[in-house]
Every structure is written in C-alpha cells, then in structure tokens.
Design a protein around this ligand. Structure first.
Ligand code: SAH
Length: 356
C-alpha cells in the first residue's frame, strides 16, 4: 500500500515495498513523488547526451546481448575516426552539453590509443566544451586513467545485477563479477563521475534483488544511473528463457519505471537516464521515464547506416532516423509534457558536485 512514508525510503524493506506495488493508482502516486523530488533537487530541465555507438566489435559473450561475440549474424563495424569526430561536432553545435561514446568491449593497446587520440581530437574540434562520457566496458586502471587525462570525465559501466548467482546465469564463466566491481572502483580512483545500472526484469530476478541493487548504488556512492528493462534478443541464449515476452511486456515496462522512481527517492541527487529500452516497450516510454524521476535522455547520434547493426535487444527504436530527426523528435516529445531541455549545459550530477 502506498503511503507518504514511502516517499522517504531508508531501508531495503522500504525499497521492497515500493518495488512490489501493483495498484496503478498507487504507482501513479509513486511516479509523481519521484518527479516532484527530481524537480526540487535536480531541477526541472532534462539534459541530453548524444550517444554514438561507434563499434559493435565485442570480445565478450554475455548471454543477453545481441552483439555478443558468438552472434555470427551481426555485421561488424567500426565507424571511422573522422566520422566520430564529425558526430561529436554535430552534437556540440546542436547544444548538447555532452556525448556518450559506446562500443562493444575491446581491450588492447591499439584500442586504448585510438580512444585517447579521439578524445584529444574531439576536445580540439569542440573548444574543449563538449563533455565526454565513455561506455567501453572493463579496462585496466591505466587505461581508465589515460582516457580521463585525455578529457573523458564520466564513465558508464553497468553492473547488470548485483546478485552474484544471477550474474553467473547471464555470463560465461570467464566473465567475472569481481573484475567488474573492481573496474567500478578503479573508475572512481581515476577521477571519473561514475555511472552504473542494472537490467530490470531479468529471468530469475526478484524484487529483493532489485532492492539490493539500489542499496549497492548508494554504497558505491554512484553519481549517475543508466538502467532499463531487459528485452530479449532472439539470437541470444537467454531469449529462450522468456518465450512469452509479448505477454509480460507491459509489466516489464512498469517495473522499469518503478525502479527509476524508487532509485530517485532513495538516492535523491544523482543523474538518472531514461533508457532507450523504455521506448521499445512503450512508444512514449522515455517521456514516462522522465515523469517517473529520470532527468537525462540519450538521443542517438550514430549515423543511420550503422544503427541496425547495434541491436543489443530486439525492436530497438529509431533505427532509420538521423541524428537531427532524433533531436527534434525528443524535443517535441518532451515539450508535450512541458519539460524543458537544458541545452549548452553540462548537467553534471549534483551528487558529484557535492562530493567535490
Ligand atoms: N560494452 C559496454 C557497453 C555495453 S552495451 C559495457 O560492457 O559496458 C550497454 C548496456 O546495454 C549493457 O550494459 C546492458 O545493460 C544493456 N543491454 C545489453 N543487452 C540488453 C538486452 N537484451 N536488454 C536490455 N538491455 C541490454
């Protein structure tokens, strides 16, 4: 049962109570409370991060992910450096405070150097004004530090789930939970604003596990959250464990929003992204994510020709759109909710600012 006490969750039990809500009127009250708190603490504006998915080459084999190494149906690509720089310039000119560079996971000296060079080139071409977030998986401390020194100030690395047993069911034996935790610690040590997150509604995931995930975000003193509903990809091993996904789609979407709201109420001053996966499950999913406590949107700035080869899950939206279509579409969608966009601002996490 929803009560105003729930607006101030303090314990794991409080979070479990929120995550277990099923009554639609009560859930609406939860969203409202989370949005009100966001406006009070973080502000009314939403900030854009243009995301460029510059390569789908991946050394990992995560059971849920469409671009896993073993998926031989995927046409592999790497966008040429000059085109990545052009996309960054486009975002800068469009008034985006920052971009996110994301790819599959590659660990090599050549890759480390390539990213360092790209960071230097982008800083030069955008007057050092464009904030850069990286989302390039697990790397060594030295690599994280080199990229930080070259100008990347934020890093996103989802823990995916904080439940070790569940983690094992999602990954091959050589993908280590401890290595990933350690990577998060190294990111903090290197100086980044650190972002993490989980997938919501994984097979075998309970509300208690999700409550623990939120506690973990707090214990790790996380600055930013990117999380979204799990959506099966038909060419992955995990797809078979959710054959009736169409039937549970609506609840899956709702779980995604409830998780955003619960995280907002518990962590209060962090940045939370309304993930693109929300829009896969509901046409106005990202807007509803904002109305449930998120404050960041990541419009896709990947060149259209590559988009269909970066499908982590089925039915990813906006595959045939251009960067400028995604920009104007998001603008229009948000204005329908009276939400303003904070252009030409970095929109750093308030939580990070306080820690400094
Ligand atoms: N290689 C980078 C970027 C990964 S892709 C890294 O390892 O951090 C970004 C995120 O997509 C992943 O962290 C995962 O949470 C999400 N993702 C992958 N497959 C998904 C699926 N089937 N449904 C929902 N989200 C998925």
């Amino acid at each position: 049962m929803w009560n105003t006490e729930m607006e101030h969750p303090k314990t794991e039990q409080d979070l479990v109570a929120i995550l277990s809500l099923t009554d639609s009127e009560e859930i609406e009250k939860l969203y409202k409370a989370a949005r009100t708190l966001t406006e009070e603490i973080v502000g009314e504006k939403v900030h854009f991060r243009g995301i460029i998915e510059f390569s789908n080459i991946c050394a990992k084999d995560c059971y849920y992910c469409g671009i896993r190494k073993s998926n031989t149906n995927v046409e592999r690509y790497t966008i040429p450096d000059n085109a990545v720089i052009e996309a960054a310039k486009w975002a800068w000119k469009a008034g985006y405070g920052s971009i996110v560079m994301q790819s599959g996971e590659i660990e090599s000296d050549a890759f480390t150097n390539k990213i360092t060079d790209l960071l230097n080139a982008i800083a030069k071409e955008t007057n050092g004004e464009l904030g850069i977030t990286l989302s390039l998986g697990e790397q060594s401390y030295e690599t994280y530090k080199a990229w930080f020194d070259a100008g990347a100030k934020r890093y996103l690395l989802r823990i995916e789930t904080t439940n070790r047993e569940l983690y094992k069911t999602l990954h091959p034996a050589d993908h280590s939970f401890d290595v990933r935790i350690n990577a998060l610690k190294n990111l903090r040590k290197a100086g980044y604003q650190v972002g993490t997150g989980v997938m919501i509604g994984l097979p075998g995931q309970s509300v208690e596990m999700l409550a623990r995930d939120i506690i973990f975000f707090k214990e790790m003193d996380i600055d930013m959250i990117g999380m979204g509903p799990y959506i099966p990809h038909h060419q992955t091993p995990l797809a078979d464990s959710m054959p009736d996904f169409e039937k549970i789609k609506e609840r899956q979407f709702q779980k995604g929003l409830i998780m955003i709201a619960a995280t907002r109420l518990f962590l209060r001053d962090i940045n939370i992204a309304a993930s693109t996966a929300l829009q896969t499950l509901n046409n106005i999913g990202r807007e509803l994510g904002i109305m449930a406590g998120a404050n960041i949107i990541m419009p896709n700035i990947t060149a259209t020709e590559y988009r269909s080869s970066y499908q982590l899950y089925d039915n990813k939206p906006c595959l045939s759109d251009t960067s400028s279509m995604c920009h104007h579409c998001m603008e229009m969608r948000l204005s329908a909710y009276g939400v303003e966009i904070g252009l030409n601002e970095h929109g750093d996490s308030k939580h990070y600012a306080k820690r400094q």
